[in-house]
Design a protein around this ligand. Structure first.
Ligand SMILES: Cc1cc2nc3c(=O)[nH]c(=O)nc-3n(C[C@H](O)[C@H](O)[C@H](O)COP(=O)(O)OP(=O)(O)OC[C@H]3O[C@@H](n4cnc5c(N)ncnc54)[C@H](O)[C@@H]3O)c2cc1C
Length: 301
């Protein structure tokens, strides 16, 4: 284990004051509680089959890139992250769909739910998209004074409902029943532990522009910790997954046709070769990458 101690069990402990805590939304956070392993651990696992540990930093990084590119995923499962997170329930509903994590959430049966609610800022009051039924339009927001009225109505309703909740508890209603009328905007908390392979899968989905902004901010906070702890794995993830693209068969055919008509295959190969030389890639890697590129570019024909 490492420097992250279970200090949160101390009385009066405020997680938001922890240096490993990143605030999210108005009252939420992602706090890195513990980690196991790093880039070296990925390399160590990958090389176990022929009894060698880490080599030079450069060779280790190249191996991590190779593993990521070819989806040799199990070495990435050797690294683990444990987070303590606080988020509104509507964010938790989306988050919990990622089944490969271990979760322990605060219990509304055992504890009295705290009076902490998410209130949209004026910028958060995005308009419904007409083209994407599931989404909003980034940058297009409800204008004032309507926006301020909506914000106030969120706050008034939350206060009223929380007062009712307290009243139910005061007259003896069980916590498990009293909490049933609380809104999706109330905050919940959990411990969330996941291996790096599955965390990157989560981040690929939840950093994407299609993901709701309110969960994206949590993904960004976790990405910060991954980048810090596993810089090579993160760089390989950016290169081969996050900023890579996937084309359908029809799209691939279209691109290939245009490339063929304009005799662009050779140009792409030449440019990729120059890129690899610029990166001072080894001869073996250049040979492998160019052959691989050729195979992928022409595979549909
Ligand atoms: C932008 C966006 C919009 C979405 N909209 C909706 C929506 O409208 N309605 C809705 O219900 N959901 C929605 N989802 C949730 C989505 O369908 C997935 O449930 C969620 O993203 C988790 O993905 P996952 O199953 O790949 O992840 P995880 O549960 O973390 O699983 C990771 C991988 O493990 C494997 N795996 C895990 N469990 C199983 C299993 N039981 N059987 C087989 N393989 C398994 C799969 O390969 C899976 O990809 C949305 C997600 C996103 C990102």
């Amino acid at each position: 284990m490492n420097e992250f101690q279970p200090i949160d069990s101390k009385e009066g402990y405020d997680p938001t004051q922890d240096p490993h805590c990143i605030p999210c939304l108005d009252h939420g956070f992602v706090r890195l509680v513990d980690t196991m392993g790093d880039d070296a651990c990925i390399v160590q696992a990958a090389r176990v089959s022929y009894g060698q540990g880490t080599k030079s930093v450069r060779a280790d990084r190249a191996l991590i890139f190779y593993l990521m590119q070819h989806q040799h995923t199990t070495p990435f499962e050797m690294v683990e992250f444990k987070f303590h997170c606080r988020m509104p329930i509507f964010v938790a509903r989306q988050w919990i769909r990622h089944r490969t994590a271990n979760v322990n959430e605060v219990s509304g049966r055992y504890s009295v739910m705290e009076d902490v609610f998410w209130v949209p800022s004026l910028d958060d009051l995005r308009k419904q998209s007409n083209t994407n039924r599931q989404g909003s339009v980034e940058g297009e927001i409800i204008s004032e004074p309507e926006a301020r009225e909506i914000q106030k109505s969120f706050q008034d309703d939350q206060q009223k409902i929380y007062e009712e909740y307290q009243h139910y508890l005061d007259v003896g209603v069980a916590r498990e029943i009293a909490r049933a009328n609380l809104p999706l905007s109330i905050y919940t908390e959990w411990y969330w532990k996941i291996d790096l392979h599955n965390l990157l899968h989560f981040l690929r989905l939840r950093l994407d522009a299609h993901a709701q902004k309110e969960i994206r901010v949590y993904a960004e906070a976790m990405a910060h910790f991954v980048k810090e702890k596993c810089p090579s794995a993160w760089a390989a993830f950016e290169e081969h997954q996050l900023f890579a693209t996937h084309l359908s068969q029809s799209e691939t055919k279209l691109v290939a046709e245009v490339m063929e008509e304009n005799n662009l295959w050779t140009k792409v190969e030449e440019k990729r070769l120059a890129q690899l030389k610029n990166e001072e890639a080894s001869e073996t890697r250049i040979e492998r990458e160019i052959a691989d590129l050729r195979r992928r570019l022409v595979k549909t024909f």
